[in-house]
Design a protein around this ligand. Structure first.
Ligand code: ZN
Length: 278
């Protein structure tokens, strides 16, 4: 009985400490000393738990992240792509906001410095296969290979170890094309599958101005959500500064995702993104 009480007390203490840690991370983010006084800033950090939210994003799944009204999550796919990813990073740094980047493993292998820069600026790094095929249209074993090789390449670029256990267990299917088998596999490995709640359709040809109008119109309807953008697209890199200003002027709050998994590194140890853009 005494032991049980002691255990309950201990687990309560662990929960309290974990909550305090997350709260202090959120405060540290908000008070990271953003050099720009009227910056958008990251409003809070949300630790994503694979067991309770294994799949998120209303475009593909019935559930999404627990975001409040006017809270948005910024996600970027298909990088690292040096000419445009650098511009995206500069825009995010200028507003002191943190995002999640879903990397293509092959590109991460080619540009490891840029991968490390993304992490060093405080962003979270998720995975987006090795070479971006549709995993629903290739044989099952090749789909698994695409997932593992992609994760290993990203981890190699990040930490110098080609492990298939991701330090941040976040994954997004190319074109959102999943299969029941790959969804089950990722869930069994504690890897959260990200869809999106809204997107800018930045794969379609349009001007940055048109893209800005499209995404702000959609956000006006949705009020909140996980936003999908592509840091590989020049039009997105061009419209991002204005979009971040829009978010600030319309009182949106940016939520930074980290993994709640033990041992997750991105976002927990990275330095605050408060350096001047370069
Ligand atoms: Zn993609």
């Amino acid at each position: 009985m005494k032991n049980m009480r002691r255990q309950t007390g201990l687990s309560k203490l662990i929960h309290t400490l974990a909550a305090a840690l997350l709260a202090s991370m959120a405060c540290a983010t908000a008070a990271a000393g953003c050099p720009r006084k009227d910056a958008l800033n990251t409003a809070r950090v949300l630790a994503v738990v694979a067991t309770t939210t294994p799949r998120v994003g209303l475009k593909s799944f019935p559930q999404t992240l627990p975001l409040d009204d006017h809270e948005v999550v910024l996600t970027f796919d298909d990088g690292p792509w040096p000419p445009t990813t650098r511009r995206v990073l500069a825009a995010l740094a200028r507003e002191c906001v943190r995002a999640t980047f879903f990397l293509i493993g092959k590109s991460a292998s080619a540009h490891p410095d840029l991968v490390r820069r993304i992490a060093a600026e405080g962003h979270s790094i998720g995975h987006h296969t090795w070479s971006h095929p549709s995993l629903a249209r290739i044989p099952a074993e090749q789909a698994v290979e695409q997932i593992n090789r992609g994760i290993a390449a990203d981890e190699m670029a990040l930490h110098g170890v080609a492990t298939t256990t991701p330090s941040t267990p976040f994954f997004r299917f190319p074109g959102f094309e999943s299969t029941p088998a790959t969804l089950d596999l990722l869930q069994s490995r504690g890897i959260v599958v990200f869809g999106a709640d809204l997107w800018a359709s930045d794969w379609d040809p349009m001007t940055p101005k048109q893209e800005l109008k499209l995404i702000t119109d959609r956000l006006e309807n949705a009020h909140k959500g996980i936003i999908l953008l592509h840091d590989s697209k020049a039009r997105t890199a061009a419209m991002l500064p204005a979009f971040l200003r829009y978010l600030r002027d319309h009182h949106y709050r940016v939520v930074h995702l980290v993994s709640a998994a033990p041992g997750a590194r991105a976002g927990l140890t990275a330095k605050p993104a408060n350096k001047s853009p370069n």
